[in-house]
Design a protein around this ligand. Structure first.
Ligand SMILES: [Zn+2]
Ligand SMILES: [Zn+2]
Length: 177
């Protein structure tokens, strides 16, 4: 869906859309959309800027930061966004000066694609990292076993009689220090 500035100059556009997984490109390999993305929004022209406001909801699959298992996260976000025409930068000197410390977004040409707006909002709504459950035990740093599902054998190996000489060697070394 394209939000055309000439069309918005005439009337507001009410948006009610549902995007099934695979229809939007999020430009990210960090998550996977697993449920339709539901969008309720309004687009309008305000003082030459395109304003898009409303909310979105979906579910995405992410990777647990501890055990690398998949976790489903609910994504809900309200937004109220303003996009200035690209051509206004040169004309508006004050804006140019403050560009670094304001969150001004721009559109080029006749308008902007709703899909790009939504993809950005979803990326912003994602948590920095997720954990599958509060007591996730993660992976064994030595053998890589997922400690939520299996008992790793690293500890047993450490007391393996065949490794005893090595352990003694270590103890001796510590005594010398
Ligand atoms: Zn986990
Ligand atoms: Zn292990």
């Amino acid at each position: 869906m394209f939000l055309d500035v000439k069309e918005l100059a005439v009337r507001k556009i009410r948006i009610r859309k549902s995007y099934i997984p695979g229809t939007l490109d999020f430009h990210s390999g960090e998550f996977r959309q697993v449920e339709p993305l539901e969008v309720r929004a309004t687009a309008e022209l305000m003082e030459g800027q395109i304003r898009v406001y409303g909310n979105l909801h979906t579910r995405v699959e992410m990777i647990c930061a501890r055990c690398l298992d998949t976790v489903v996260e609910e994504i809900s976000r309200d937004f109220d966004l303003f996009y200035r025409p690209m051509t206004s930068i040169a004309e508006d000197e004050e804006l140019h000066l403050n560009l670094d410390d304001t969150e001004v977004a721009f559109f080029e040409g006749d308008g902007l694609f709703l899909a790009d707006v939504l993809a950005e909002q979803i990326n912003l709504a994602l948590p920095m990292k997720v954990i599958c459950r509060a007591d996730c035990r993660g992976l064994c740093a030595h053998c890589g076993a997922n400690l939520n599902n299996e008992e790793c054998r690293c500890e047993k190996n450490a007391s393996d009689p065949r490794l005893a000489p090595l352990a003694r060697l270590k103890q001796d070394w510590f005594k010398k220090q």
